[in-house]
Design a protein around this ligand. Structure first.
Ligand code: LER
Ligand code: MN
Length: 276
């Protein structure tokens, strides 16, 4: 069995409905994640956040915890930018914002998650036209990220949140049709439980293009609370040759710390084959 690397989601602050666990500054969360036994921290932040890069690097060194990724969702939820809009100033700001995130990721030696920033095809709109626009804007970000050795991890998200890339098949077809060498597939077990007929086959479909993985059970509580077969999931990831992070992104239930601790404890049990 592989020695999996685990990461945990974090933010400066978030509502209890968000699947984010460690709350506080990045420096504080790096130390907390290390004490809990995590290898890495996943960070939700804005592209122009006033961060002390040197202090973060120091906390990384002291804790031995790396950054698994920076999440770009706030450029959409707070900044109202996306890469598919009919308004050119919106897509332009989205590309500029993503480039700022690339600079930040490059300074902290990590990758970027791209989720809601891609945007939605408007009702009745030509899918072909909007997906071509998304591909053009992504190309500019992809090239910039390539120069800075940052990977763009495009998350497959369920149909109730967005109408682009709801399945691994849809994302992989898009990645195969367009020249986006720095873009990788990012799967999330919770979204897969909604939209993938066969989550294990979805992992195989991504194969060597799988760049990141979010862990939660089917209800989005921590792994081990629901229906997912995590032993089979780890087997599928290993078979696909995946050696990236398994990042816990689940609801803060029964509370933030316990969810983070129980998730890691359960996954270690699954790895050792003693979870039954
Ligand atoms: C983000 O990683 C995600 O999975 C979305 O559902 C937004 O929360
Ligand atoms: Mn996710």
């Amino acid at each position: 069995m592989k020695n999996w690397k685990y990461s945990v989601s974090s933010a400066d602050a978030a509502p209890a409905t968000a699947p984010l666990l460690l709350m506080g500054t990045i420096e504080e969360n790096l130390i907390k994640a290390g004490r809990m036994g995590y290898d890495a921290l996943e960070v939700h932040t804005r592209e122009d956040a006033d961060l002390d890069i040197e202090a973060i690097k120091k906390a990384m060194q002291e804790s031995g915890v790396k950054l698994s990724s920076i999440v770009t969702g706030r450029l959409n939820t707070e900044g109202h930018c996306d890469l598919i809009s009919d308004e050119p100033y919106i897509t332009k700001s989205a590309v500029e914002g993503m480039k700022k995130y690339v600079d930040l990721a490059s300074a902290l030696d990590t990758d970027l998650i791209l989720g809601w920033v891609r945007g939605k095809v408007p009702a009745g709109g030509s899918r072909k036209k909007y997906m071509a626009r998304l591909a053009r804007n992504l190309k500019e970000i992809d090239s910039y990220a390539g120069e800075k050795h940052v990977r763009i991890l495009i998350e497959v998200i369920n149909r109730y949140e967005i109408n682009t890339f709801n399945t691994a098949e849809e994302l992989m077809t898009f990645l195969e049709e367009h020249d986006l060498p720095n873009c990788y597939a990012h799967l999330d077990a919770f979204h897969m439980a909604i939209d993938e007929e066969d989550p294990y086959a979805a992992i195989q479909r991504c194969g060597s293009r799988l760049g990141y993985f979010h862990l939660a059970d089917n209800s989005r509580k921590y792994p081990g609370t629901g229906q997912f077969d995590f032993a089979r999931l780890l087997g599928a990831l290993e078979k696909a040759g995946y050696d990236g992070y398994l990042s816990v992104e689940c609801l803060p239930w029964p509370n933030n710390e316990e969810a983070a601790e129980r998730a890691l404890a359960y996954m270690k049990k699954v790895e050792s084959g003693s979870n039954q």
